[in-house]
Design a protein around this ligand. Sequence first.
Ligand code: 3HC
Length: 282
Amino acid sequence: MDIKAVGVIGAGTMGNGIAHVFARSGFSVVLCDVEQRFLERGLATITKNLEREVAKNKVTAEEKAAALKRIEGVTERGKLAECDVIVEAATEKFEIKTEIFRDLDRLARPEVILASNTSSISITKLAALTRRPEKVIGMHFFNPVPVMKLVEVIRGLATSQETFAAVRELAVKLEKTPVEVNDAPGFVSNRVLMPLLNEAMFAVMEGVATAEAVDEVFKLGMAHPMGPLTLADFIGLDVCLDIMRVMQEGLGDPKYRPCPLLIKMVDAGWLGRKSGRGFYRY
Ligand code: 3HC
């Protein structure tokens, strides 16, 4: 499969990181979001992160300029019609993704692969919204996308081997390491990570230790680059809560119940780093 142009839906944290790595690897990118100001913010972040990479001698100033030139920001979804693959990284709500997948299925050529960067929504369910379920797949990147090596490649029930092989190859071209996973709530990454973060929140709620102490335990005792509560703030507490709820509903085991403190903090609008307050203040 000859993939040259890639569409990315959503210019938020994940979407702009995905556009960044595709453009850095020589693909032309159509980055689509609903409002011009979201595009501008996403493109400013890509510029800043590419500058960071120039400062670290990971890319040259010329490569940075060329990568930026390869990205076209659009608010009109129809512009994605020319893309060879489309990666959806929109808000993590099933209703929003439903509308997007139905629309993409209408506008993209029949051979185009539709990938989702969803962190927990069923790929099988997204695929069933389209007339090309064999061409729908999960391409789950990790934040910060330009740095993290993993792409979890998730096969929906109907995903074809051809689609899987094309996406695996695409991840390698991005200098990432693809890992194959079957469709199940939370896949592997969040199935294992989120209960850890949730349990760390229970430890804080029950007064076992402060957030700082819990984080020190994991940084110094387990060599995690960030402690679980810093990481939860980094991911976004609303995202953590949504993922716990998807696993609670999908797996039905009470061990996936979200920590009441997490629910309370999200209710308060304390969403972590992005809102200025979570387990820490920013
Ligand atoms: N773009 C480009 N480069 C970046 C960057 C970005 N957005 N952010 C950081 N970097 C680079 C820095 O330039 C630096 O490069 P160097 O190694 O060549 O010096 C390197 O990354 C490390 O950055 P810093 O020195 O500034 O900071 P740290 O050493 O504290 O590392 C971190 C930052 C990479 C974020 C590290 O703390 C980390 O790995 N944290 C864990 C992140 C993690 O677990 N992510 C997964 C979240 S789960 C997820 O995304 C899935 C979802 O479904 C929930």
